[in-house]
Design a protein around this ligand. Structure first.
Ligand code: ADP
Ligand code: MG
Length: 317
C-alpha cells in the first residue's frame, strides 16, 4: 500500500464534516473559515511509543489518546474544539493497526465534532503528533496567570488513577476490576472540554494536569506570581485507588505522576458558589483542594501538618 492509498483509505474518510472546512484533506493545505468574533486556540502534542504509552498499548487506545491529550489543552484554555491535523510515523503500512487507530481517534473526534483536516504520513518508529485548533471568545480565555492570593484551588474528577494503571501495565500485575479501571484511565483520558467551556466566563486560572498536580499547579503559581497550599486530605481519590493503597494513599505518585488529564483551576471566593453550581448542574465533579497564597511556594499539608513531596513531575530531559 502506498502512502497515498493509506491517506485515502484511513484519513480522508474522516467521520466529522464541518461547514467551516472549505477544503480538507487532499490538497497542499487545508482552507478553513474561522467564525467571526472568535480567536483561534492552537496546540500540538506528540505521543511516542515507549515514552507516552507502553509499546503494547492497543491501537484504538493510542488513536483515542492522541486526540484526547490535545483536546485537554483546549479544555484548559476554555476553547471549543474544531479542527485537527495528524502527523503519523509508522514502522509499516499495517492496515489493521491503522483501522483500529482511527476507530479510537474518530470516537473522540465525533464526540467533540473535530474535523480531521490534514496531516503527514511517514515511515519510522511509531510516533503520533496531533495539532488541534479551537475557538475562544477573547473575553472568555482561561489563562495560567489569573490566580490571586486567597483564591480557592479546584480539580475535576479524581487524581492518580492513570499512574496506577501505568504501573500495572509496566509490571504485568494481575488485573482485577480496580486495576482495569486505572488502565482505562491511563489509555482513555477524558478531556474536560465541558468543564473548560463552563468555566470560561469566569475569570479563573486553569491548566490541564498532564505532568502531575504539583508540577502543573506550580506552572499556575509561576505564571501568576503566587504560591499554593494543597490540603492532601481533600484530594479526590477513586475507590480503585483507595483499594490499591489499602486506604493509605502514597502521595508522591498521586501528586507527581502524569496522565490524569483533569483540570486544575482557581476561583476567587466570590465565584466559588456559582462555579460549584454550574458544574454540578452539568454533572461534573470538582473538589476544592487548597488555596492560593502570596508565598511563591507550593506546600502540601495533611491535617495541617507539612508533608514534604517532590514537585517535579515528568520532564523529558
Ligand atoms: P504534501 O506532499 O503536499 O506534503 P502529502 O502527500 O503529505 O502532501 O498529503 C496529501 C494530503 O493528505 C494533504 O492534504 C495532507 O494534509 C493529507 N494527509 C497526509 N497524511 C495525513 C494524515 N496522517 N492524516 C490526515 N491527513 C493526512
Ligand atoms: Mg504539498
Amino acid at each position: 500500500m502506498s502512502e497515498f492509498d493509506l491517506i485515502n483509505q484511513f484519513f480522508k474518510q474522516g467521520t466529522v464534516k464541518r461547514d467551516d472546512v472549505l477544503l480538507g484533506i487532499g490538497d497542499d493545505c487545508a482552507i478553513l473559515s474561522p467564525p467571526p468574533g472568535r480567536q483561534l486556540a492552537v496546540s500540538t502534542d506528540t505521543l511516542i511509543s515507549g515514552v507516552h504509552f507502553p509499546e503494547n498499548t492497543a491501537a484504538e487506545d493510542i488513536g483515542y489518546k492522541s486526540l484526547a491529550v490535545n483536546l485537554s489543552d483546549l479544555a484548559a484554555m476554555g476553547a471549543e474544539p474544531a479542527w485537527a491535523s495528524l502527523a503519523i510515523t509508522l514502522p509499516a503500512a499495517d492496515q489493521s493497526w491503522l483501522k483500529r487507530f482511527m476507530l479510537g481517534f474518530n470516537e473522540l473526534a465525533s464526540k467533540y465534532k473535530v474535523a480531521l483536516i490534514g496531516g503527514d504520513t511517514t515511515r519510522g518508529p511509531l510516533s503520533i503528533t496531533v495539532n488541534i485548533t479551537g475557538f475562544v471568545k477573547p473575553e472568555n480565555l482561561l489563562r495560567r496567570n489569573q490566580a490571586k492570593h486567597g483564591d480557592k484551588i479546584f480539580v475535576t474528577g479524581t487524581l492518580g488513577d492513570a499512574g496506577i494503571g501505568l504501573n500495572a501495565v509496566l509490571n504485568n500485575l494481575p488485573l482485577d476490576h480496580g486495576l482495569n479501571y486505572c488502565i482505562k484511565r491511563l489509555n482513555r483520558p477524558r478531556p474536560q472540554i465541558e468543564a473548560g467551556l463552563l468555566l470560561s466566563p469566569f475569570s479563573v486560572a486553569a491548566i490541564d494536569i498532564s505532568d502531575g498536580l504539583l508540577a502543573d499547579l506550580k506552572h499556575i503559581c509561576i505564571a501568576s506570581q503566587c504560591g499554593a497550599i494543597v490540603n492532601l486530605e481533600n484530594l479526590p481519590l477513586s475507590d480503585a485507588l483507595l483499594q490499591y493503597y489499602n486506604n493509605q494513599p502514597d502521595w508522591q505518585p498521586i501528586l507527581g505522576g502524569g496522565d490524569d488529564y483533569e483540570l486544575c483551576f482557581t476561583s476567587s471566593q466570590n465565584n466559588v458558589e456559582d462555579i460549584k453550581n454550574i458544574l454540578q448542574l452539568n454533572k461534573i465533579d470538582i473538589s476544592c483542594i487548597g488555596e492560593i497564597t502570596d508565598s511563591l511556594e507550593v506546600n502540601c499539608l495533611f491535617n495541617n501538618q507539612l508533608v514534604d513531596i517532590q514537585h517535579d513531575g515528568y520532564n523529558h530531559f
